[in-house]
Write a protein that binds this ligand. Structure first.
Ligand code: NAX
Length: 327
């Protein structure tokens, strides 16, 4: 049998954690034959709740689940970790400015980056889910200088999946008929879901919808979907976010299909005018266990404007955390 993979989940007692852990333990994260060691990190007040989730995981008798550790110590949680899912974050509360939010999250992601640097496995892969996901990933990466920067990613796969579903519904096709859709920029309301390279049935998706639907319905529906879920459900997306985290890691490890790509927040190499070092969403392929930015795409004026606006927001977030000494 293959050797076990150690998976760390932060914010394990939260609602995404509850939707995520059972799927990981059942073998959906990497592959159906790979044993899993789970490490759950929580704040002290939530450790007992995480232990309750661990009891339920035990009660599932998952054949692949080798062990579960619950801790409030980041060093312990990331020791030997192969896959780190950073879900726990400080939510924005009323009256909180963006700078306060970034500072509060710096207090979480800086020590976690240090702990990853100190003890993670040499092949560690990190996914930041907790918001502001892109900048939280950047802070983590900045404090793990011994880990290759490309191992730090931010989740825009939920945005990608939302865009697939909206387009499939509009065209009356299956999501599996759509190729090469992409989310660019920040995981925020400025994100840009791009249909200009997407293909449906081998033909341009953008040419199969009218421009007003694309600009006035599709883009805002995808970008504001999180808020729509909160309005309807009275709580933020949890199972769909957990599903996207599973998709992100599964693709990272197992690869994208030939002739297709996906979306992920990855460290920019300067491609498409995105400043080097920012963690921005791009169209990416996964090959040989690495995410690579799809190169050579033509970007028209409509897309350019929107990519630039979202990337400008990421640059501002980076400036703020720089001033705070967090990167
Ligand atoms: P919850 O508030 O239910 O759970 C968060 C958990 O994190 C809590 O149990 C809390 O105790 C824990 N936590 C806080 N600080 C921690 C620390 N320093 N170490 C370990 N654990 C810590 O939130 P949930 O609904 O699970 O959402 C988690 C995060 O995902 C939020 O930041 C949310 O904004 C973000 N999301 C990101 C999405 C994305 O697409 N990138 C979509 C869904 C979600 O909104």
């Amino acid at each position: 049998t293959p050797s076990p993979v150690t998976v760390t989940v932060t914010g394990a007692a939260g609602q995404i954690g509850y939707a995520l852990l059972f799927r990981i333990a059942s073998g959906q994260l990497i592959g159906p034959d790979i044993p899993i060691k789970l490490k759950l990190l929580e704040i002290p007040q939530a450790v007992t709740a995480a232990e309750g989730t661990a009891m339920e995981l035990t009660d599932c008798a998952f054949p692949l689940l080798h062990s579960i550790d619950v801790t409030d110590d980041a060093r312990q949680a990331f020791d030997g970790t192969n896959i780190a899912l950073l879900v726990g974050a400080r939510p924005r509360t009323q009256g909180m400015e963006r700078g306060d939010l970034l500072e509060a999250n710096g207090g979480i992601f800086k020590p976690q980056g240090e702990a990853i640097n100190a003890g993670a496995a040499s092949d560690v892969r990190v996914l930041a889910v907790g918001n502001p996901a892109n900048t939280n990933a950047l802070i983590t990466q900045a404090h793990a200088p011994d880990v290759p920067a490309e191992r730090f990613t931010a989740m825009t796969r939920l945005d990608h999946n939302r865009a697939l579903a909206q387009l499939a519904a509009k065209l009356g096709v299956g999501v599996g008929d759509i190729r090469k859709l992409a989310i660019w920029g920040n995981h925020s309301a400025t994100q840009y879901p791009d249909l200009f390279h997407a293909e449906v049935g081998g033909k341009s998706a953008a040419e199969q919808v009218d421009r007003s639907w694309l600009a006035d319905e599709f883009i805002p529906t995808v970008a504001k979907r999180g808020a729509a879920i909160i309005d309807a459900r009275g709580a933020s997306s949890a199972a769909s976010a957990a599903n996207a985290a599973i998709d992100h890691v599964h693709t990272w490890v197992n690869g994208t299909a030939e002739g297709d790509w996906t979306s992920a927040g990855v460290v920019s190499d300067g491609s498409y005018g995105v400043p080097e070092g920012l963690i921005s969403s791009f169209p990416v392929v996964a090959r040989n266990g690495r995410y690579e930015i799809v190169q050579g795409l033509d970007i028209d004026e409509f897309s350019r404007e929107r990519i630039d606006a979202s990337v400008a927001e990421l640059s501002e977030e980076r400036d703020t955390v720089r001033k705070l000494g967090l990167v």
